[in-house]
Design a protein around this ligand. Sequence first.
Ligand code: HEM
Length: 372
Amino acid sequence: DAVAPASGIHQAGITTPVQEHLHFAAYDMMARTTREDVASLLADWTYAATRMMQGLEVSATGAVGGSPEAPPDDTGEALGLPASNLTITFGFGPSLFDDRFGLADQRPAGLERLPAFLGDDLDPERSDGDLCIQACADDPQVAVHAIRNLSRIAFGRASIRWSQLGFGRTSKTTSDQSTPRNLFGFKDGTANILANDAAALEENVWVPASEGPAWLTGGSYLVARRIAMLIETWDRTRLAEQDRVVGRDKAQGAPLSGGDEFTAPDFAATDAAGKSRIDARSHVRLAHPDMNDGIRILRRGFNFVDGTTDLGRLNAGLFFLSFQRSPDRFIRLQRSLATDAMGEYLKHVGSGLWAVPPAPVAGQSIGAGLLG
Ligand code: HEM
């Protein structure tokens, strides 16, 4: 159960069948580090990540094969565990392209901090970062082991700015995966872009050569949004209202215009009283490509529960992750959701945008096209 090493054009962890667990981390380069430090860090990360995705320890000596007088290379908690479909996906944030590392002329045109959206209540300590790593696996210990060891390797060069654990996928990326449910209890991922839909991926996910810069061709843009869900309020809401807000029914995930889960929604359908069956402010209608110039995104988010708040409420939500061909596509979609009926039950508290370079070619490091 090791995912094929990143030997294709695209990094693993995008179209890979979504795993069950996530550990996501955003990093900042430390003060007075140089472009050479960025390059050496990415080389060391590539080496360790390639090994871990094969179920190996971070180095040949690993957890117990080195000198007893030195701290082990590998922290050891994944010893004996299978690779668990681990994928490690790297991204470069807008701030990596400021004056510090001489990369400003390589910055993709749209790689800026995301603009403010209606209803945002962002915590800077849960947002942004020079670099990010998305580690997904079917065993949470394997995902945590990956982030822990990559953070350790970064010591002195980059440090964790914030991180997020996620459990339970909230999407599917292959047709043979069942559609999971999010913490609102609704099927999530029904209309996602699937790995075998090459045309949709080309159109919506991968950066084409014509858009540049050259180092990003075949890559993508990753958006992360920590979205708090007001679970207790939702749980006191009538079922019919929950269905109306989503635009699909809770039982089957079928559009309220009729049919089954995979029937296309019919936004023109009306009931006997002439009222739209799918509410104009429903999430599914406002997020649908028909309302957004045909734009689609590849969603790959996870549930989170981080204990309880001071008021005794679950500190829970959806750690939204999406991959898209350009940042403006996400911006267009999120602006469209400004009047989303679901907005009453959500609060966006963290945000980040990263350019995701293509997979390294054999023998090179991730981002070699950028750093030379
Ligand atoms: C669809 C839930 C946030 C974009 C859906 C569906 C559900 C859902 C239940 C219907 C099933 C499906 O097709 O997957 C949620 C929840 C969110 C959230 C609970 C926040 C906690 C977002 C955000 C975006 C987004 C922030 C993008 C900016 C979409 C899109 C679809 C969708 C594009 C598919 C629409 C279609 O083509 O029919 N979401 N969503 N969602 N959502 Fe969300």
